[in-house]
Design a protein around this ligand. Structure first.
Ligand SMILES: Nc1ccnc(=O)[nH]1
Length: 170
């Protein structure tokens, strides 16, 4: 049997490199006292368009400032919709339904994520700072009028490492 759709084996060497960069951003976020999530947008030529970490904590941030949200919003200011259609969002965790909406509205054509939302839910539980949804981004995209290609989960253990002992007792 062939590899399951959307697993590591479908990722190119460049995909893996940029996904590891998203995970590195999540580590940087944690070290800065923020929630451990990172994301970046990369164009068709392999240039990084935008990078972001979660900024959901008060007083500076707000709960809508997920890493993916910030990365695609910034990319939409820098590139045309046509350019974003051929760009990829790399994220340390699967985009939630809010961010899947933002990815759709910003016309980003492809998503590669590390940690699945389901596994993230297992890590955060019902933590009030991050009561994780159980709604796969593919399901959100399936209801849109244009296709968003999705690869993931991949490198889950590397991404989960940045959440180790973060949510328990916080
Ligand atoms: N996938 C994510 C969940 C929560 N916060 C984020 O920034 N990203």
């Amino acid at each position: 049997m062939g590899a399951a759709a959307g697993t590591e084996s479908d990722l190119s060497a460049n995909d893996l490199q940029f996904l590891r960069r998203a995970i590195a951003l999540s580590a940087r976020a944690r070290a800065a006292g923020k929630h451990p999530f990172g994301a970046l947008v990369v164009d068709a030529e392999g240039r990084i368009v935008s990078e972001a970490v979660n900024d959901s904590l008060p007083p500076a941030g707000d709960p809508t400032r997920h890493a993916e949200m910030l990365a695609v919003a910034q990319a939409a200011r820098l590139r045309t919709p046509a350019q974003l259609q051929s760009s990829t969002l790399y994220s340390s965790a699967e985009p939630c339904c809010m961010c899947a909406g933002a990815i759709y509205w910003c016309n980003v054509g492809r998503v590669v994520y590390a940690l699945s939302e389901e596994r993230l839910l297992g890590l955060t539980g019902d933590h009030p700072e991050n009561p994780t949804f159980a709604l796969p981004c593919r399901e959100v995209f399936a209801h849109g009028q244009r296709a968003v290609r999705v690869l993931g989960p991949a490198l889950q253990d590397e991404a989960a490492e940045m959440h180790r002992e973060f949510w328990i007792g916080r």
